[in-house]
Structures are given as C-alpha cells and as structure tokens.
Design a protein around this ligand. Structure first.
Ligand SMILES: C[C@@H](C(=O)O)C(=O)SCCNC(=O)CCNC(=O)[C@H](O)C(C)(C)COP(=O)(O)OP(=O)(O)OC[C@H]1O[C@@H](n2cnc3c(N)ncnc32)[C@H](O)[C@@H]1OP(=O)(O)O
Length: 126
C-alpha cells in the first residue's frame, strides 16, 4: 500500500497512473457492481468469451468497484460471482505474457499456510 492507501504501489518505479495506462492496453470484459437495498452487493466478473479471465481493463475496473464498496456506508456484504456459469479463469494469459517482467516460482518446502499460501498463488508457478 502506498501512503495514499492505494493498492497500486510504485512497482518497478511506475506510478499508479502509469500502471493503469499499461493495464488499459489490454481491454475486454467488465466488473459489474450491483448495490442492493438489502445492503448486499453483487460483484460480477464478466468476460465470458475468455471464461471470465481478468483483462487489464477489468483489473482497473475492479479497483474502482472495490473503492465504491469501501465507501458504501449502508453495505453489509458482497457476493462475488462469475458471469455465464463459470467463475474465473485467472489473469488473461495474453496480458500476462505481454506484461511479465520475469517469471516467479514459489519453491514450497514444508507448510505454506494462510498468507503463506496466498504468497504461493501470487507466483506464476508453484
Ligand atoms: C495470476 C496468474 C496466476 O496463476 O497466479 C494467473 O491467473 S495466470 C492464468 C491461469 N489460468 C489458466 O491457466 C486458465 C487457462 N484456461 C484453461 O485452462 C481453460 O480455458 C479452462 C478455463 C479450463 C476452460 O476450458 P474449456 O475447454 O471449457 O474452454 P476453452 O479452453 O475453449 O476456453 C474458451 C476460451 O476462453 C479462453 N481463455 C480461457 N482462459 C483464459 C485465460 N486465462 N486467458 C485468456 N483466455 C482464456 C480460451 O483461450 C478460449 O478462447 P478461444 O475461444 O479464442 O479459443
């Protein structure tokens, strides 16, 4: 997190705006947010032609929708779902191939629990 509270850090010296610009070079799909009167929101990962893979534009969209949810004072909960009977196939592999500065491998010996498990999933290979 940066001092402004953004999820975008200045990775590789890029500013938040530069990272957004790079992500927006990979369009397609959307993240749809429906805030219901009940206080329950529904967030839909919507990119059926690619099995709801996350394009760069969808990552930017997700950050905006999460900010909206954080500021929703009447909100109680959020359901995350995928459109068209599939949940999500991860990052759009076309964008991953184009943006990856290097390949990361989690060499997991012994336990990888909680945040440790999440760290392994943040790597390209385990
Ligand atoms: C962040 C990073 C990480 O690992 O940490 C990631 O998330 S890397 C991404 C990790 N995700 C993956 O490796 C999933 C790769 N996809 C698959 O294994 C498969 O597509 C399934 C999701 C199991 C669905 O198989 P199924 O035979 O039902 O359909 P299909 O393979 O014909 O897929 C339908 C269309 O969606 C596209 N498609 C599916 N997953 C995609 C993805 N992640 N990125 C870009 N396009 C994708 C296919 O290329 C195909 O496009 P066309 O119709 O044009 O041929």
């Amino acid at each position: 997190f940066t001092s402004s509270g953004s999820v975008y850090s200045s990775i590789h010296g890029f500013s938040q705006e530069e990272i957004k610009e790079k992500l927006l070079a990979f369009p397609g799909g959307s993240i749809d947010l429906l805030k219901q009167d009940s206080g329950i929101a529904v967030l839909t990962i919507n990119n059926p032609p690619r099995m709801n893979a996350f394009s760069g534009a969808m990552m930017v969209d997700l950050e905006e929708k999460v900010t909206q949810l954080e500021n929703w004072t009447d909100g109680k909960g959020v359901i995350v779902q995928g459109a068209a009977q599939t949940f999500c196939s991860g990052s759009d592999l076309n964008a991953v191939r184009a943006m990856l500065p290097l390949i990361s491998v989690a060499l997991v010996e012994g336990n990888a629990l909680g945040g440790g498990a999440e760290l392994t999933t943040a790597c390209d290979f385990r």
